[in-house]
Design a protein around this ligand. Structure first.
Ligand SMILES: CC(C)(COP(=O)(O)OP(=O)(O)OC[C@H]1O[C@@H](n2cnc3c(N)ncnc32)[C@H](O)[C@@H]1OP(=O)(O)O)[C@@H](O)C(=O)NCCC(=O)NCCS
Length: 168
């Protein structure tokens, strides 16, 4: 399977933040932003794998700054790293003040998607080729993040076992 450039999975999404999407603080709902993040990240994974994908996990989303009503919210995503059947996708979220043009990095997130074959089971994906400085940086750090996810997944299974024990 031929490796693909990271740039081939780049996805952009832009939206005007209007009152129905905001909370009582006049800022974008966290849940709305999470839906945008999953949406762009899934498209990046689809473009890289050219197969069906599912979200396996979302790392913590760091909401660094609020995104105010009447601003533009802009998301950019791309696949940073792959293992066998899984792909790590990075998403950055920027808000632009539509009066001044000032841009603020408001949030970042990493998600993991798994490619699914016609048999409904995980299937292998191509490797990535990082080119820019940021792509190379994220690529090099990715195995450490994957290890943390593996540990967290184990903890989730332990928790599920504990919960089940308490229901019986
Ligand atoms: C994600 C899923 C396909 C994994 O399937 P599985 O049978 O457990 O498969 P495996 O344990 O062999 O894992 C397959 C890959 O997923 C990765 N993976 C599984 N769970 C993960 C998690 N929570 N976080 C990150 N990666 C995960 C594994 O590391 C493995 O990666 P690799 O092949 O690159 O080494 C399965 O758990 C699933 O379908 N989950 C529900 C997905 C869903 O409904 N998403 C929301 C809507 S799209």
């Amino acid at each position: 399977m031929e490796a693909k450039k990271i740039s081939a999975s780049r996805v952009y999404k832009s939206s005007h933040v209007l009152p129905p999407d905001t909370n009582n603080h006049g800022t974008l709902f966290g849940g709305k932003l999470m839906a945008y993040i999953d949406d762009v990240a899934a498209l990046s994974a689809r473009k890289h794998a050219r197969k069906s994908v599912v979200t396996a996990s979302t790392d913590s989303i760091d909401f660094l700054k609020p995104i105010k009503v009447d601003s533009e919210v802009y998301l950019e995503s791309f696949v940073t790293w792959t293992k066998n059947t899984s792909m790590e996708v990075f998403v950055k979220i920027i808000a632009e003040d539509l009066y001044t043009g000032e841009q603020l990095l408001c949030a970042t997130s990493f998600l993991t998607f798994v490619a699914i074959g016609d048999d409904g089971k995980p299937t292998t994906v191509p490797k990535v080729i990082p080119e820019t400085e940021l792509e190379k940086f994220l690529f090099e750090q990715a195995p450490f993040r994957a290890e943390n996810r593996k540990r967290r997944r184990k903890e989730s299974y332990n928790l599920i076992t504990k919960i089940k024990e308490n229901y019986n």
